[in-house]
Design a protein around this ligand. Sequence first.
Ligand code: 16G
Length: 251
Amino acid sequence: MPMTVEAAPGQKLYRAVVDALQREIETGRFAEAQLLPAERELCELLDVSRTTLRKAIADLIAEGVLFNRHGAGTFIHRATPRVDQPSSRLTSFTEDMRLRGLEASSRELERGVFLPTPEEAMMLGARPNERVFRLDRLRLADGSPMAIERAAVPLRYLPEWESVGASLYEALSTRGFKPTRGLQRLRAIRISDADAELLGVARNSPALHIQRIAYLADGSCVEFTKSLYRADAYDFVSELALPPLPRKARR
Ligand code: 16G
């Protein structure tokens, strides 16, 4: 069904197209696919020129309503699940999502065995010439991108790295190397253009940069992971308690 786009007095036509597209997205017209219909089809639907449509799409991308995936087209942002994440629990992404009734999945960005960077060697306490297994993934919940995780694990813990499946922690547990303690550092950053595209957020969006170092019960370091979590999808929640009183002050 064609849509009529009429610019209000003083309004540019392409801004009227922005409003019309936004309205249609909100009311679910393109709900069956995340991919926006082809340019030609949209021009016909809205009865506007390509130039007008392109300007409108550029604005909707800047506003974070749409996003471009290189070579694949223009996509609509679906409402991202919002997650309260306790920051004191050592759980995996897969477990966290399962607990919330969301389906975890990943898009693998890199998998391989490398010599560690100086930072990885230091964080992991790697032995001389020890190599690390690296796994970089885009993590999704019910199909929505939530985080980018770049994990490094000393190869001795996962020599069969090629067969690591959907969950890194499950692979470690199966081999008897389940992390039992972790340290996490969290800070706010402005996301790079490449990562914004992967996460499907507007350029220069804020994100949460998290570094996790996880240890085995014997104190050796099993994982060093740098992650970028969507700031609009995550609340990290901490439980607070009064510190124990010094002995003298106790009555
Ligand atoms: C969590 C961890 C990440 C770990 C991953 C394993 C944070 C900030 N990060 O996302 O360090 O590698 O879980 O998940 O919580 P997986 O077992 O589903 O692969």
